[in-house]
Design a protein around this ligand. Sequence first.
Ligand SMILES: NC(=O)c1ccc[n+]([C@@H]2O[C@H](COP(=O)([O-])OP(=O)(O)OC[C@H]3O[C@@H](n4cnc5c(N)ncnc54)[C@H](O)[C@@H]3O)[C@@H](O)[C@H]2O)c1
Length: 371
Amino acid sequence: MINVAVIGCGYWGSKHVRVFHELPQARLAAVADPSEARRAHVERTYPATPTVADYHDVLRDAAIQGVVIATPVSTHYQLAREALLAGKDVLVEKPLTDNAAEARELCLLADRLGRVLMVGHTFMYNPAVEYLKNLVSSGALGAIFYADAARLNLGLFQRDTNVIWDLAPHDLSILLYVLGAEPEAIRARGVSHIGARRQIDVASLDLAFPGGMVGNIRVSWLDPCKVRSVTIVGSNKMAVFNDVASDEKVRVYDRGVDLPHQTDSFGDFHLSYRHGDVTLPHIPAAEPLAVECAHFVECIRERKTPRSDGWSGHQVVQLLEAAHVSLARDGASVPCIPSPEESNITLHPAARGRETSSRDADRILVEAALD
Ligand SMILES: NC(=O)c1ccc[n+]([C@@H]2O[C@H](COP(=O)([O-])OP(=O)(O)OC[C@H]3O[C@@H](n4cnc5c(N)ncnc54)[C@H](O)[C@@H]3O)[C@@H](O)[C@H]2O)c1
């Protein structure tokens, strides 16, 4: 039995608490949250689970092997670093950190200490996303032309982040996983319509992959309809994952446009449009978060590298930073790995005010721990 503690029991952390409580191969050993109300909620729902206000109590408990960090993103780096240094295997909610330099440090630290570092890219554990990935990798869709992901809703506006850092990590992790490719360049556009803090609330990202494949991501806190969809268009077939559908979430369309075998000067006018069958594959239902948490426990027990390891979290944070460079350049195409000089404009909104000296101090402490 693997003992796991959850640090941060707000909206999403409380789902981790429920899942770990139900997972047969793990024991929910503690929940840490400074909020008395949040602790009281856990105590009422799970009277046998100890709660603590100070996460240091969890880190000091030698019986606890795995720690889930489900706190606001600005705290992820500090908490994850302390947990790794305390000898814990760590699952950090998305995004891994609010800047790529600190994400990289966590990955190096976990590698050097031989600890599991996993990021909560929940959609990589969604059976429908897994199905899409298999469709792409098996060649069933043919050559992939483009992928389009949309994550739109009215709210929830967040205080300490913008819509790109809040929602796009999901779609970036989906596209990277499903397409099995790394983008070379990114363009981003975003607008802030609401709120005194002027956080971007509507945005679109365009990813350029090798070979001309394109990825589009649209995210919005300001849309009348809840949309959660991923469309993959290939030369043979097309597939749509509609996550708000109650069932039949994936549809595979045998549709496309074929070039005539013999083209003449008017060849373009003789394209043939294929309207074949629409297949509704049976995809066994499973709660993605439960699959993710079971995978974390398996990685702890078997010392395996997680499907969504720290480096995949680092890659997503790097893309979020590159998106901010593009935003600052009015949507220009920028390389997916921004230069260090650009880091001042690439930081997550919550990280911008932080002292550089405290980051340097953290780095020196990590280095010292590794020596
Ligand atoms: N994977 C997903 O689908 C998904 C969905 C929603 C949120 N999230 C992520 O989960 C994380 C938390 O988001 P949320 O919406 O639950 O936020 P939230 O504000 O509802 O909850 C955060 C909780 O962390 C607690 N907290 C703050 N500092 C703490 C500390 N030092 N020690 C212990 N607890 C502390 C707060 O008291 C609060 O209860 C974020 O990283 C977010 O991006 C992931």
